[in-house]
Write a new protein. Structure first.
Length: 141
C-alpha cells in the first residue's frame, strides 16, 4: 500500500516537471528589455528605426539554443496577454527578428500605436515569466 502511494506521488511529480519544461525557460532575474527608440509618447513622422535594448542577456538567432539568450519580437497594437505555453504568433502584429536584429525599420499608418518588445527563446516561446518591455504609445503623423 505504501509503495503504491509513493509511486503515485512520483508520477504526479514527474508530470509536474514535464509541464514546467513545456513552458518557456526562465530568464535571469536582472534581465531588462527596453526601447532605446522610440520613447513613450513620441510623435513620429513616417517610417522610423525602432531600436531594441536588452541588458544581462544575449541575442541569438532563432533556433540557436544558448543559455540566457533569445531573439527580439515587436508587438504592434497587441492587447491580448501572451500565452507562455504557446510560441509567439507570427503575423503583422507580432514581428520576429530571428536573425538577431537589434533594430528594425518600422512603417505604421498615421494614428496612435502601442509597441512592446518580447524576448523569445530558440523556438519562439516567451520566457516564463515573459520578459517584456514597457508597452509604449507612439503617434504617427
Ligand atoms: Cu521568434
Amino acid at each position: 500500500m505504501k509503495i503504491i502511494r509513493s509511486l503515485g506521488l512520483a508520477l504526479v511529480l514527474a508530470s509536474v516537471s514535464c509541464a514546467a519544461q513545456a513552458q518557456g525557460k526562465s530568464a535571469p532575474k536582472d534581465a531588462v528589455l527596453y526601447f532605446i527608440w522610440p520613447q513613450n509618447g513620441a510623435i513620429i513622422k513616417g517610417g522610423f528605426w525602432c531600436r531594441f535594448g536588452l541588458r544581462n542577456m544575449g541575442i541569438t538567432h532563432a533556433g540557436d539554443d544558448f543559455k540566457n539568450s533569445g531573439h527580439h519580437h515587436l508587438l504592434v497594437d497587441v492587447n491580448e496577454p501572451l500565452d507562455v505555453n504557446e510560441p509567439i504568433p507570427q503575423d503583422k502584429n507580432h514581428l520576429h527578428f530571428g536573425a538577431g536584429q537589434t533594430e528594425a525599420r518600422i512603417e505604421l499608418p498615421p494614428g496612435k500605436h502601442t509597441l512592446q518588445l518580447v524576448l523569445g527563446d530558440a523556438k519562439h516561446y516567451p520566457f516564463n515569466p515573459p520578459l517584456v518591455s514597457d508597452k509604449i504609445t507612439v503617434t504617427v503623423r
